[in-house]
Design a protein around this ligand. Structure first.
Ligand code: AHR
Length: 494
């Protein structure tokens, strides 16, 4: 089979916001406790931070991490998580039917994020709480000194403000499962008032309003419109959440699900722009895809978990090779929309639907770790308009699925082009021809492939790794052989 990719130096989608490679740590299952924090573990430092986890997180180059939820945030009192640990209250977490000790809180997370070379994307509770708690937490985190909340932060050991720039106005407020779920009108009004007060405390922050938690929610579309109507002038981004699974065990349909993500993003962009036009506004609302991933493997086992435990092993999906291929396709799709998707958070980062897993001995890396790591590392700079040609196939839910899924990015500072490509064919090798107009003296910097594994193979035994892509030649254009069911990264200098 043949595949072709054409790019041109002057045809660009957008600068890529580094926050496109964000992730997420929620107080859920073993993400925090036994994940990033485990005092007494041989791999933890004197403050309980797991150094093996930090090393793996740093490999992913995650520039921003959303915290503390998720569904959890809608019942959270942020004040419980600051001050001396001995006085912090133990609470019921109704979202995950767990016990929250608050031993790990705001200061601990800010410190962790700094060690992970990451910014914090902080969510406020608009489920059980409102404007007051939201403006207070901004004051606590970002106001220099001389007020009740900023001085309390200083008293609790942080002289300098945290300077948190990105804030989420609640989480999935359209979902009946959410503590304090709201109608679009109710949420829109509350989010707008919270946004005003938060920006009055610190006008340098950026705010994300909740879009729909899924395209299948009956209110999808009208929710976005109403929320934008209410909040347009005071917010910066609208959120999208999307999880995929292969419940029907149909590989070709599963690998096509990135086309669904493409449609979801385009639909939300269309709604944002329709509201913009109706409001005669000059302001453009961009998107924060602040939860995305594969999530379905652990659904049944989670039903067996007893409630009211501290850090029960919830949402511990064990990913296989086909999941890694889909995650690669989803990353490519996000890059294709990088003109409007400015923030994205792989949900989540450690133990909970995560690329990094821990046990008491150490960490192990899931299959999805590899495509995420590579795109986060090399997909920086500018996303290029990438014109691809390949045969396509019909799948159960998609009429026309190209076998080749691909995008190229341009890092002008380092004079590098990176090509990310998935061959969706389970049978045929693809002869790829890559042509780059406007670039001279192309030279190969490196090429890897991730392929050859059983589609259901998982990586607990650490047998998976990136391999050299040897069947490649660079001579004005690039010719490469993409193996069946493969994730490929080709890096060129110019
Ligand atoms: O990421 C797991 C959960 O998925 C989050 O808590 C929630 O926002 C979503 O439903």
């Amino acid at each position: 089979m043949k595949g072709q990719i054409k790019v041109s130096s002057d045809s660009r989608i957008s600068e890529i916001d580094p926050r496109l490679y964000g992730s997420f740590i929620e107080h859920l299952g073993r993400a925090v406790y036994e994940g990033i924090y485990q005092p007494g573990n041989p791999n933890a430092d004197e403050n309980g931070y797991r150094q093996d986890v930090l090393a793996a997180v740093r490999k992913l180059n995650v520039p921003i991490v959303r915290y503390p939820g998720g569904n959890f945030v809608s019942g959270y009192n942020w004040e419980d998580s600051v001050g001396p640990k001995e006085t912090r209250p133990k609470r019921l977490d109704l979202a995950w039917r767990s016990l929250e000790t608050n031993e790990f809180g705001l200061h601990e997370f800010v410190k962790w994020a700094e060690m992970a070379n990451s910014e914090v994307n902080m969510a406020v509770n608009l489920g059980t709480r409102g404007v007051d708690a939201a403006r207070n937490v901004v004051e606590y985190c970002n106001f220099p000194s001389g007020t009740y909340w900023s001085d309390l932060r200083r008293k609790n050991g942080a002289e300098k403000p945290f300077g948190i720039k990105t804030w989420c106005l609640g989480n999935e407020m359209d979902g009946p499962w959410q503590i304090g779920a709201k109608t679009a009108q109710e949420y829109g009004r509350l989010a707008n008032e919270a946004a005003k007060a938060m920006k009055w405390v610190d006008d340098s922050i950026e705010l994300v309003a909740c879009g729909s938690s899924s395209m299948e929610n009956p209110t999808f579309g009208s929710w976005e419109e109403t929320v934008l109507d209410e909040t347009y002038d005071n917010i910066d981004y609208l959120s999208l959440h999307r999880y995929y699974g292969n419940q029907e065990n149909d590989l070709q349909n599963y690998l096509a699900k990135s086309l669904d993500l493409d449609e979801f993003i385009s639909s939300v962009v269309a709604i944002c722009d329709a509201v913009k036009a109706r409001k005669h506004s000059k302001k453009t609302i961009n998107l924060s895809m602040d939860e995305w991933n594969v999530w379905y493997h652990s659904n049944n086992q989670d039903k067996e978990i007893k409630p009211w435990q501290v850090a029960p092993p919830l949402l511990e999906d064990i990913y296989n090779f086909e999941d890694a291929l889909l995650v690669g396709c989803l990353l490519i799709t996000l890059l294709k929309h990088s003109d409007r998707v400015k923030i994205a958070c792989l949900a989540q980062l450690v133990n909970v639907i995560a690329p990094i897993m821990t046990n008491d001995q150490g960490v192990w890396l899931q299959s999805i770790f590899y495509p995420f790591m590579q795109v986060s590392q090399y997909g920086r700079g500018v996303a290029l308009n990438t014109v691809t040609k390949s045969e396509s196939y019909k799948a159960k839910d998609f009429d026309e699925v190209p076998y080749l899924e691909s995008i190229a990015t341009l890092d002008e500072e380092h004079r590098e082009i990176s090509i990310f490509a998935v061959n969706r064919s389970s049978k045929e090798t693809m002869d790829l021809d890559f042509v780059a107009d406007g670039f001279s003296n192309l030279k190969l910097l490196g090429a890897t492939q991730f392929c050859g594994y059983d589609i259901k193979a998982t990586n607990e035994d650490a047998k998976m790794d990136l391999q050299e892509l040897n069947e490649i030649s660079v001579d004005g254009s690039v010719q490469a052989k993409l193996q069946p069911l493969s994730w490929n990264v080709i890096r060129l200098g110019y």
